[in-house]
Design a protein around this ligand. Structure first.
Ligand code: GLU
Length: 574
């Protein structure tokens, strides 16, 4: 059996988004599952769309995810170079080869000429397509005489190479995930294979490289499904065996009802309104915002979807808002969704070199790479027993392309946070200490104490920084006391009781065990319920009635600081 070789072939046109990471991940998982190889190839033939730094970003993102290519531009390999811009000689050879077949021809039409023709078609309400119905009326080696063609070539007239789409053939297309389908060649156009600068377009370079690099399986996003007919014919034209194909469905926008709450409704309304009025400048911001907010306040109601339906009684602005929201809340997950709802769509932060805009990354938002790839992998695939927490190796063992879902997978912010929480629990205290030390949290506390804090706080942490943020009281004395908690925990006698307790603390050994006993004995001696001591004590130490067990807090804060905080509280409630 031939060796399984799978490639991930991104174009360096910007940062890799979640959908791209998932494609790379499925490529990798399938290759590893089959004992095969995973190749990273950079498809940079489209210089107009090239973005500085995008290739480095892609490599770094894959590395962070642990999706390590066996061959890549950085690593090299048997089929190097892995950057298409460096493979020109190879493409030139195959351009000559395809021109000798009946599957390609050269065309001299300039972009301007084609624009004029396109406009003529549009004026008649038609759409122009360079295809088997129009090609004989255009300027190419099929319509011109041999002499005319030779003359143009001698004059160094620029030309492109086009694919000669066969007439009226029904192609059978096979896809591992989607099964069989068919397409008639009369619906396909004569795509440009080689541009007038001699560089191949995506379609031609892509199949040449897949052939040259001995790729056995092409696993890629569903946006390439419409190209499958052309690609199948290109393999036929070159008399090469085609790889097997699998097209992955889209990652869909999250369910908006899980994202909007009373804390963020105003900011989300604002970003939707900004976009709405940019597109519909005839409406005022305030009026639009009011309507959008009205819809968003009903977002959790089961009627929400039907409320967006058309209604004859709607005025112009309401009808436009409805249309805008319906479109904006469904379909493919986009970068803008992340911006609006406050979740990352990219693995790492990316600064657009042209605009300076920063797109937020999972890494910088405190996600662990294990959680991020686990979440991404389950967007469209479920392992046999519906297990949810799987390492990269476990996923590779279980991965099955036939079990990848045909339908789009809905992204969920909640679920991605859930995964991160789970993976934080799986980390040892020492590992979390390293993560916190490497983050931008400013910690001036010794490791031993920090480890204890991590141990107590990780259970409630979704992100590493939560350990610090939910445990701020370990690092800083409270500057105020929560009003409701104060009413509940402090009464006229409390100051005297806590004052006395503080004195007993002077001679108490500061370990959680002894402290627990000391609080217990003190309360018993005074004939007080435990809560009468524990609650105000917690308030004095934390500033509110939350946090881990009080003896644990006391131990970590230490004798001097604990007594000082108790006295501060007594002074405060005087
Ligand atoms: N360069 C293409 C992209 O960026 C690759 C498509 C394919 O995998 O064939 O999506």
């Amino acid at each position: 059996m031939e060796k399984v070789r799978v490639r991930f072939a991104p174009s360096p046109t910007g940062p890799l988004h979640l959908g791209g990471v998932r494609t790379a991940l499925y490529d990798y998982l399938f290759a590893k599952n089959q004992g095969g190889e995973f190749v990273l190839r950079i498809e940079d033939t489209d210089t107009a769309r090239y973005v500085e730094g995008a290739e480095e970003y892609i490599e770094e993102a894959l590395e962070w995810c642990g999706i390590i290519p066996d061959e890549s531009p950085k690593k090299g390999g048997k089929f190097a170079p892995y950057r298409q811009s460096e493979r020109r000689d190879i493409y030139n050879r195959y351009t000559e080869q395809i021109l000798k077949t009946d599957y390609a021809y050269i065309a001299f039409d300039t972009a301007e000429e084609l624009d004029v023709i396109r406009a003529e078609y549009e004026a008649k309400g038609d759409v122009f397509s360079y295809d088997n119905k129009t090609r004989n009326r255009l300027r190419n080696s099929l319509s011109l005489s041999e002499e005319e063609v030779q003359k143009l070539l001698d004059e160094k007239t620029p030309y492109v190479v086009r694919f000669k789409m066969p007439i009226d053939r029904t192609l059978n297309l096979v896809d591992i995930i989607r099964g069989n389908s068919s397409v008639n060649t009369n619906t396909l156009d004569d795509k440009v294979l080689v541009k007038n600068d001699g560089m191949p377009t995506y379609h031609f370079a892509n199949i040449i490289d897949d052939h040259e690099m001995e790729i056995s399986h092409v696993i890629r996003g569903e946006e390439w499904l419409p190209s499958l007919g052309l690609h199948t014919l290109l393999y036929e034209a070159m008399a090469w065996e085609a790889p097997q194909f699998a097209h992955l469905s889209l990652i869909l926008k999250p369910d908006v009802s899980t994202l909007i709450n009373k804390d963020n409704i105003d900011s989300i309304t604002k970003s939707f309104t900004d976009e709405f009025v940019t597109k519909n400048s005839q409406f005022s911001f305030d009026e639009s915002a009011a309507i959008i907010k009205k819809f968003f306040s009903e977002v959790k109601s089961p009627r929400f979807k039907s409320m967006l339906g058309e209604n004859d009684k709607d005025d112009e602005i309401t009808a436009s808002v409805k249309q805008f929201l319906k479109k904006g809340l469904s379909g493919k997950l986009s970068k803008r969704d992340g911006d609006k709802f406050g979740f990352p769509v990219f693995p790492l932060d990316f600064k657009d070199p042209a605009t300076g805009n920063i797109s937020k990354g999972y890494r910088e938002n405190g996600y662990l790479p294990e959680a991020f790839i686990n979440m991404s992998a389950l967007l469209g695939w479920s392992p046999a027993d519906d297990k949810e927490i799987l390492s990269l190796d476990e996923m590779a063992k279980e991965f099955d392309l036939h079990k990848v879902h045909k339908a789009g997978a809905r992204f969920s912010k909640e679920k991605s946070e859930w995964f991160n929480h789970q993976y934080i629990q799986l980390k040892s205290d020492e590992e979390l200490l390293q993560i916190l030390k490497n983050s931008d949290v400013d910690l001036t506390i010794d490791d031993e104490k920090l480890l204890k804090i991590i141990h107590l706080m990780k259970e409630r942490a979704t992100f590493p920084k939560d350990i610090y943020e939910n445990g701020k009281f370990f690092f800083e004395a409270p500057v105020s006391y929560d009003e409701k908690a104060s009413k509940k925990a402090w009464n006229d006698e409390t100051s005297a009781v806590l004052g006395e307790f503080a004195t007993t603390l002077e001679s108490t050994e500061f370990t959680s065990e002894t402290l627990k006993q000391a609080i217990h004995d003190f309360a018993e001696n005074k004939g007080l319920g435990m809560g009468k001591v524990m609650m105000p004590l917690r308030l004095a130490l934390v500033g509110e009635l939350k946090g881990p067990d009080v003896p644990d807090i006391l131990e970590i804060i230490g004798k001097q600081e604990s007594i000082a905080r108790i006295n501060n509280a007594i002074n405060n409630f005087k």
